[in-house]
Design a protein around this ligand. Structure first.
Ligand code: ADP
Ligand code: MG
Length: 297
């Protein structure tokens, strides 16, 4: 187990930012830490990286206790903080060399990490001359300089334009091939694009912990159908894999199915077999955003 969190609580004065949070992350997993603003994501990440002490509870990284083995925890972790603080006056290479000194990393690693994070064409520039996307690359390069086993990335794609977004996601995905990654986001699609699993946090509490397959299961298939005549609801409820029948108006229904297969043909055959005509037959998926809203509202 790479990350074990058990019953972590953090209070800021009167406010409980984290309330008895527990989860575990296996070695090699890329996990999305999803939640709206103020949910407690950054607080959790600061605790895991030992920048903050929990008010209560325990956690370990690679078996090292965050309350006791802080140095070893820091060695095991690469951390990209929320606002990616960089020294803007420094040149990319100079900044990485500066960090290599702090982490006592061999200088050869600097060129390696520059190439690994796609920074080569910008490496001679000052950080304040870089686009937000390249600044994120510098942040990621810094986090990975000492080749940690675990990466903790706090909203690594927030504020990027669509092209940069895709590039940084690719970079995280490839960096994550041989690492354990916990990344926070408030975008459900991001989880779908890069993660194996999602842990959803809301108001300091975990409200869901699912792998991608389970998440797709939750995206039920919704079909809107209008018949030319009245139909008994009990008959509709006998359709295969149906979970919900809702009479919207007149002879129109919304049907929910839990199935990977396109159920429109089943509904069409049902109408035919019962001497009905289908006047409308539309297909819509419940979006991931709807799911996110349901979990966090
Ligand atoms: P997220 O990263 O999910 O947006 P945070 O962990 O930053 O959430 O914040 C969780 C809650 O704790 C928020 O309500 C926030 O206002 C509060 N909070 C965060 N940091 C502090 C702090 N240093 N002092 C007081 N309250 C804080
Ligand atoms: Mg945050």
């Amino acid at each position: 187990m790479s990350i074990v969190v058990s019953n972590i609580t953090k209070t800021y004065g009167e406010q409980k930012a984290l309330n008895e949070v527990s989860f575990t992350i296996n070695k090699g997993e890329i996990v999305g830490f999803l939640g709206p603003n103020g949910a407690g994501k950054s607080t959790m990440m600061k605790i895991l990286t030992t920048y903050l002490k929990p008010s209560k509870g325990e956690a370990s990284i690679n078996g090292y206790d965050i309350n006791k083995d802080t140095k070893k925890v820091q060695k095991s972790i690469g951390y990209l903080p929320e606002h990616n603080p960089l020294y803007l006056d420094m040149y990319v290479k100079e900044y990485l060399a500066f960090n290599a000194d702090i982490y006592k990393v061999n200088k050869d690693r600097i060129d390696e990490i520059i190439s690994l994070t796609g920074l080569t064409p910008e490496a001679h520039k000052k950080i304040d001359q870089l686009s937000k996307g390249y600044r994120q690359r510098v942040g990621l390069a810094t986090a990975m300089l000492h080749n940690p086993e675990v990466l903790i990335l706090d909203e690594p794609t927030t504020g990027l334009d669509p092209n940069q977004l895709v590039e940084i996601r690719e970079l995280i995905k490839s960096a994550g091939k041989d690492k354990t990654v916990l990344l926070s986001t408030h975008i459900m699609q991001e989880v779908e694009a890069i993660c194996d699993r999602v842990i959803v946090i809301n108001k300091g509490q975990i409200v869901a912990d699912k792998n991608l397959a389970q998440l797709n299961d939750d995206k039920q298939q919704i079909i809107f159908v209008e018949f030319d005549y009245r139909v008994e609801e009990v008959l509709l409820k006998e359709l295969p894999n149906i979970t919900h029948v809702h009479n919207i108006a007149g002879f129109s229904y919304e049907l929910h199915f839990k199935s990977d297969r396109d159920m429109r043909s089943v509904v069409f055959d049902f109408a035919h077999d019962n001497g009905l005509k289908t006047l409308q037959l539309n297909h819509k998926h419940r979006s991931l955003e709807t799911l996110f809203k349901e979990l966090t509202s």
